[in-house]
Design a protein. Structure first.
Length: 308
């Protein structure tokens, strides 16, 4: 009986070889699939590590529970307003040093209306104008810090109490990374007004990239923040200092928080003057003092902490 070549049975050896080739092909296909999946994961990991970009209203809701308005009273009975936010450790808040530099009493108000006592100063960095303060049983979430430099042109948001209007949000861009008097600062186009000092400057992922510090007068949206990376140099477990000792150590020229409750332009100019003088240590400057109809100029090299 003849068998057509098209349907002739394969010899055993040929059948074994055919099965091996098929199995090898499947293995190659599986390996290729696994490789594609691995590449996809590697591509996605950087995106995931940078976090999800949030809408402004989502950013606000995320950061709001950590933000507080500070009500500061100094030894002379003067009252000022600043901003702070919880970070680094339980019941520890970050603010600008100039907000509490001559404080005798400090309280914190949260957006839900809760008011807590701010017990003590924990640590400070006068050069970079940042401080840590301890709250009396706040028991609230802490903000996440972003210690890497932000990209120029990325979005930024500021939450604080401009002119005493609590828990307001403004937005803008990271305009540039500047070096001012030898110290890195973030230039932002977010409007910053009196009362914002010490508040969080937040990126698109709801992370704090800096601390609102100061704004240039006679300019449009020219504001500056202290990078959050400097906060890692402060010790949240440092031996605290009572406000009575802080007030006693403060100098004759008190640097106000950016908003006085009894606002006046001369008072805010004192704050700007001290900030300028302390950041010009070692430089030769000319100071002009006008009193009545007289005027006198002083040409001096400023020592460190000249305006304490």
């Amino acid at each position: 009986m003849q068998i057509d070549n098209a349907v002739r049975p394969l010899p055993l050896r040929a059948l074994q070889n055919w099965l091996i080739e098929k199995r090898a092909g499947l293995n190659v296909s599986r390996r290729a699939t696994h490789l594609k999946l691995l590449l996809l994961v590697l591509i996605l990991i950087p995106c995931l590590s940078h976090g999800q970009t949030l809408k402004p209203e989502e950013i606000y809701q995320r950061i709001l529970p950590t933000v507080m308005t500070l009500h500061v009273q100094n030894a002379r009975g003067e009252n000022y307003i600043g901003t702070a936010f919880l970070a680094l450790d339980k019941n520890v808040a970050v603010t600008a040093w100039h907000v509490v530099s001559d404080a005798a009493k400090v309280t914190a108000k949260f957006s839900d209306g809760r008011v807590v006592n701010v017990q003590q100063l924990i640590d400070k960095d006068e050069e970079h104008d940042i401080a840590l303060i301890r709250l009396d049983g706040a028991n609230r979430p802490e903000a996440t810090l972003s210690v890497a430099d932000p990209a120029v042109g990325s979005r930024a948001y500021v939450i604080g109490a401009p002119k005493g209007f609590d828990f307001s949000i403004t937005d803008g861009l990271v305009s540039q990374l500047q070096t001012i008097h030898g110290s890195e600062q973030y230039q932002v186009s977010c409007p910053i007004s009196g009362g914002n000092s010490g508040g969080p400057v937040v990126n698109e992922r709801g992370e704090v990239l800096g601390v609102a510090a100061w704004t240039q007068k006679d300019a449009q949206n020219l504001s500056f923040a202290i990078p959050a990376s400097f906060l890692t140099h402060l010790n949240p477990h440092h031996t605290p200092t009572p406000w009575s000792a802080v007030a006693a150590a403060s100098g004759k020229i008190s640097l106000l928080s950016a908003q006085s409750v009894n606002t006046s332009e001369p008072q805010r100019d004192i704050a700007d003057l001290k900030h300028f003088l302390n950041n010009s240590a070692g430089e030769r400057v000319t100071i002009t003092v006008t009193k009545g109809d007289g005027e006198k100029k002083f040409d001096v090299v400023l020592p460190k902490n000249f305006a304490r």
